[in-house]
Ligand binder design. Structure first.
Ligand SMILES: [Zn+2]
Length: 550
C-alpha cells in the first residue's frame, strides 16, 4: 500500500491524499487550495493521478478546502463513488454549487479584462452545472456503521465534531493475507462545542493521517468566548458603531447564532439593550446551511436536542434576520443604526463580507471580529495581523475600526485537544503522518507528541508518496520533488505589496497631475498590472516547483 499526499501537506488547504492498494485507488478528500492567487493557481494543475482510475473517494467533510475540487475531479473523468455522511452530502450539495457559481463569476471578471487586453478568454475551474453533475456520484451513509465496500475494503465514518457531518474515517484495507487499518482524522473539532458532539475517540491504527491546524497553539478558555463577543457587541453599539463578523457560512455562523440565542435566553437583564440590536446573517449560503442544520438535528449533541425537545429553536431568536437579495445586503450599509452583520466568506477573500469591510473598516466606531482561522495570504489574515492600509475592490481603505480575534470559536482542536485525541491510541501507530498545518504547527505538534506521548510523527512533504512496509514498520519515501509552499506564500505577499505600491502611485498621480484621467486610461494601466501579476504567478509556479506538480 502506498499513500501520496497531494494537498494540505505543509499547508492547510487542498486536502487530498491518494491511497493505492493492490486492488483499489482511493482518494481521501479532494479539496481546493485557498489563500491568495499564487496558491489558488495550484487548483488548475493536473491532479497527481488519473481521475478515471480512482475507485472511491471518502470525503471527511464539506468544507471547500476538503471538497472543493470534486466537480473538477468528475469533470476530468472520475466515475467512482463518493462516500460521506448524509449531513456532509446535504451541505456539499449547496456548497459545491455555490463554489461553481463563484468560479463562473471570477472567470467572467477575468475575461472582461482579458478581452480588453486582446487576450483569449479562460474557462472557469468548474461551473454551477459541473457541481450539480458531480452530486450523482455521492453515496451518503450513516455514522458508526462499518460498510463493506469490497472484499478488500471496509470503511466507517465517526463523528469528528468539527462541522455538521464531519468525520474521522477508519479504513480496513486487505492486501494478500494482511489487513491494515488506516485512520484519517479529517479536521478534528473542539470538545464541548455548541451544537456538535465531541470528536470520536479512536484507539487503534496501523497508519494515521492527522490534521495539525492548531498544532502549536492553545485556544482561549471556551467558556469565555460568548462573554468576550457580547462585551465587544455592547461596547461597539453603545458608541454608535456596528460589529462586522466575517464568518464561514457553514458551521461557524450557526454556532454564533446558537450562542447568541443561548445568551439572550439566559441573560434577561440585557433584554432591553439587546432588543435594540438587530443581527443580520448576510450570506445566502449561510441561510441555506442553517436550513440544512435544522434538517439534520439527529446528529446534534444532547444539549441542542434538549432545546428542541423543550420547544425552542436553537438557531433562531427575536432580532435575527436573514438577508437573501443583494438589495437587502446593500441596504444594510446605507442604514447607520448600530447592528451586527455576520457575513461570508470567513477569510474575507470573496462574497458580501468585502462590501461590509469596505464600509466599516475606516470607521473608528465599528468593530471587526474574527472568529475563525485566517490562512496566509488572505485579506482576513492581513487585517487580523494589524495592517493599517488595505485594498478592497481596488480602493485604499485605512483601518480605523477596532480589530478583534476570538479564538474560542475555532472549529479545530488546539494542541491540547489534538494531543488528548492522539493519546487515546493504545499504542503508537506504525506511522503518524502529520498534514493540514502550516510549518510551525506541524513542527510544534511533532515535538509535543514526542515529548508527551513519546510518539514519532512524520511531517509529510507535498507530493511525496510513502510506501507502507509491513515488515520494517517504517514507510519508505518516494522520490518525487515537492512544491515549496513557503516560497509560494512569500511570492503571494510580494505580488500583493507590489500591486499596492503601483496602485498607490497611480492613485496619487491621478489626483495630482490630472483630475480628468479617464476611467479607460486607469483600466488600461490596471490591465497591465493584472498581466504582470499573471506573469509573476506563472514564474512562481516554475520557481516554486522545480519539477512539476502533475
Ligand atoms: Zn474543515
Amino acid at each position: 500500500m502506498k499513500i501520496k499526499f497531494l494537498g494540505a501537506s505543509q499547508t492547510v488547504t487542498g486536502s487530498c491524499h491518494l491511497i493505492t492498494t493492490e486492488n483499489h485507488k482511493i482518494l481521501l478528500d479532494c479539496g481546493q487550495f485557498q489563500g491568495g492567487k499564487v496558491i489558488e493557481e495550484l487548483n488548475d494543475l493536473p491532479f497527481g493521478f488519473d481521475p478515471s482510475e480512482i475507485d472511491y473517494l471518502f470525503l471527511s467533510h464539506s468544507h471547500i478546502d476538503h471538497s472543493g475540487r470534486i466537480p473538477l475531479l468528475t469533470k476530468r473523468g472520475f466515475k467512482g463513488k463518493i462516500f460521506c455522511t448524509k449531513a456532509t452530502h446535504d451541505l456539499a450539495n449547496i456548497m459545491l454549487r455555490d463554489s461553481g457559481y463563484i468560479h463562473e463569476k471570477e472567470a467572467e471578471w477575468t475575461n472582461r479584462k482579458r478581452l480588453r487586453a486582446g487576450k483569449e478568454s479562460i474557462e472557469p475551474l468548474y461551473t454551477f452545472e459541473d457541481a450539480e453533475k458531480a452530486m450523482v456520484y455521492f453515496e451518503p451513509v450513516l455514522y458508526d456503521q462499518t460498510i463493506t465496500i469490497s472484499d478488500t475494503l471496509k470503511v466507517k465514518f465517526n463523528d469528528a465534531g468539527h462541522i455538521l457531518g464531519s468525520s474521522i474515517i477508519e479504513l480496513w484495507i486487505t492486501e494478500g493475507t494482511v489487513t491494515s487499518k488506516v485512520v484519517f482524522s479529517g479536521d478534528i473539532g473542539m470538545k464541548d462545542k455548541p451544537i456538535l458532539r465531541n470528536p470520536s475517540i479512536i484507539k487503534e491504527a496501523d497508519y494515521l493521517i492527522m490534521e495539525t491546524t492548531y498544532g502549536d497553539r492553545i485556544h482561549q478558555e471556551t467558556g469565555s468566548r460568548i462573554d468576550i463577543l457580547m462585551d465587544i457587541i455592547l461596547k461597539t453599539t453603545q458608541r454608535g458603531g456596528s460589529v462586522v463578523i466575517p464568518s464561514f457560512a457553514v458551521g461557524r455562523t450557526q454556532e454564533i447564532i446558537y450562542e447568541l440565542n443561548k445568551f439572550y435566553e439566559y441573560n434577561k437583564e440585557y433584554q432591553s439593550v439587546l432588543d435594540q440590536i438587530n443581527v443580520y446573517i448576510d450570506s445566502p449560503l449561510a441561510t441555506s446551511a442553517t436550513d440544512i442544520f435544522q434538517r439534520n438535528a439527529q446528529v446534534f449533541d444532547e444539549e441542542t436536542k434538549n432545546y428542541i425537545l423543550n420547544g425552542d429553536n436553537p438557531l433562531d431568536f427575536k432580532n435575527l434576520h436573514f438577508t437573501r437579495s443583494s438589495q437587502e445586503s446593500i441596504a444594510l450599509n446605507n442604514d447607520p443604526t448600530p447592528k451586527i452583520i455576520i457575513s461570508a466568506s470567513g477569510m474575507c477573500d470573496a462574497g458580501r463580507i468585502k462590501h461590509h469591510l469596505k464600509h466599516h473598516l475606516w470607521m473608528k466606531e465599528s468593530s471587526i471580529v474574527f472568529v475563525g482561522y485566517q490562512a496566509n495570504g488572505t485579506l482576513g489574515r492581513r487585517i487580523r495581523d494589524g495592517n493599517k492600509d488595505i485594498k478592497i475592490f481596488g480602493e485604499s481603505i485605512h483601518v480605523n475600526a477596532e480589530i478583534y480575534n476570538i479564538e474560542g470559536f475555532s472549529g479545530h482542536a488546539d494542541q491540547n485537544g489534538l494531543l488528548e485525541w492522539l493519546g487515546h491510541f493504545s499504542k503508537q501507530p506504525k506511522a503518524i503522518f502529520l498534514v493540514h498545518g502550516e510549518e510551525d504547527s506541524l513542527e510544534g505538534f511533532a515535538e509535543k507528541a514526542k515529548e508527551v506521548l513519546n510518539y514519532e510523527c512524520i511531517i509529510v512533504e507535498p507530493d511525496q508518496e510513502y510506501e507502507m512496509n509491513n515488515e520494517e514498520n517504517v514507510p519508505t519515501k518516494g522520490k518525487e520533488e515537492k512544491v515549496h509552499f513557503d516560497e509560494l506564500n512569500d511570492l503571494n505577499d510580494r505580488i500583493y505589496t507590489i500591486r499596492n505600491e503601483i496602485e498607490n502611485i497611480l492613485y496619487q498621480t491621478h489626483l495630482a497631475v490630472d483630475g480628468n484621467t479617464s476611467k479607460e486610461q486607469y483600466n488600461e494601466v490596471n490591465n497591465k498590472i493584472i498581466e504582470l501579476e499573471k506573469d509573476l504567478i506563472n514564474l512562481g509556479i516554475v520557481v516554486g516547483n522545480e519539477k512539476n506538480i502533475s
